[in-house]
Ligand binder design. Structure first.
Ligand code: FES
Length: 108
């Protein structure tokens, strides 16, 4: 059994050269909200869920993005209600939130 049941990584990359990056699209707020919801629901910790910061995940065109492992499901989110749905459906119950899944052709 893995140490964490699920791991979600949020790209928090900030580019200061004018190029697009997740930090310009609410990535930090999404990360903070996810972390707090996971904690509040008692999902955090060994055997549960870990919420982590990440640098650029190379799918900037869909930003802000987050990826859930070991399922390897990529999400693009807009606001806290999207995060709530990812936490409740996927991180808690293992059900992918199809409407927020990043299309396969979205890259840099
Ligand atoms: S800046 Fe977020 S995926 Fe590249």
């Amino acid at each position: 059994m893995s140490y964490f049941q699920r791991h979600i990584f949020f790209c928090l990359n900030q580019r200061d050269n004018g190029e697009n990056s997740c930090a310009q699209h609410g990535a930090q707020a999404g990360f903070d909200h996810c972390k707090s919801r996971v904690k509040k629901l008692g999902l955090a910790g060994p055997g549960g869920v870990r919420v982590n910061k990440a640098g650029c995940l190379d799918r900037c065109a869909g930003g802000p993005v987050a990826v859930v492992y070991p399922d390897a499901v990529w999400y693009s989110f807009v606001d806290n209600s999207d995060i709530d749905e990812i936490v409740e459906s996927h991180l808690k119950n293992g059900e992918v939130v199809e409407r927020l899944v990043l299309p396969a052709n979205i890259g840099k």
